[in-house]
Write a protein that binds this ligand. Structure first.
Ligand SMILES: [Zn+2]
Length: 220
């Protein structure tokens, strides 16, 4: 299924139905600013069941095979392809209690993921000044997401939903700590990651996630 709105094509390959998904993506595009999407051919939406590892860039396939959470990626311009963004919808929804699926929280989640990827596009197109290595670019991309979110948080009706998201983040942080103390490292990593994603200012959750991932890789 595909649709064309605000000039950017959205290709929905998800096998599961996520209510109002394309509307949520279009809304996020509007909040980020349509002009930032210039030069991009499309946004592809995939979920766990529609995802084919063979068609992914090597670095993304490696991360997924290491069970590292990836929300999507930006595909650079090649000789045969124009740049596009792929979003892994199941990861964007992961951890969110179902009743929240129909609230503006999901727009906040989509917005953060899409803003991250669009910042890679802006850097590639020299529209966002940046000089550094790949790791720095990732940090820059999350900072860009934070900025977009900050602008939106100032819109009154999102303040409450952002507060909810931070609350849910703190529950996941607590669950991650409990799992870690029980030596359930996989679950601890998963909970710390959700906590870090639900609240980009949750530094402790982010730090714990990477520490636990390191611990898991040592055991392998
Ligand atoms: Zn990135």
């Amino acid at each position: 299924m595909s649709s064309n709105a605000s000039n950017i094509k959205i290709i929905n390959n998800c096998s599961k139905q996520y209510l109002f998904l394309e509307y949520i993506v279009k809304r996020s595009i509007k909040f980020i600013g349509q002009n930032n999407f210039d030069g991009l051919s499309c946004i592809v939406l995939e979920d766990a069941n529609s995802l084919s590892i063979e068609n992914l860039p090597d670095n993304i396939a490696t991360l997924i095979s290491q069970e590292t959470r990836v929300f999507g990626y930006y595909s650079l311009k090649t000789e045969s392809e124009t740049p596009f963004i792929k979003l892994f919808v199941h990861e964007i929804y992961r951890g969110l209690p179902f009743p929240f699926y129909l609230t503006p929280i999901i727009t906040l989640r989509m917005l953060v993921s899409l803003a991250h990827e669009i910042s890679h596009h802006l850097i590639a197109e020299n529209k966002l000044k940046f000089s550094g290595n790949d790791v720095d670019e990732e940090i820059e991309a999350w900072n860009y997401s934070k900025k977009v979110l900050q602008n939106l948080k100032n819109r009154n009706r999102f303040i409450f939903w952002h507060w909810c998201l931070r609350e849910i983040s703190s529950w996941y942080l607590a669950m991650g700590r409990a799992d870690y103390s029980l030596k359930n490292l996989e679950r601890a990593a998963s909970n710390f990651h959700i906590a870090a994603q639900f609240d980009l200012d949750n530094v402790e959750a982010n730090r714990n996630y990477w520490l636990v991932k390191k611990e898991i890789s040592k055991l392998c």
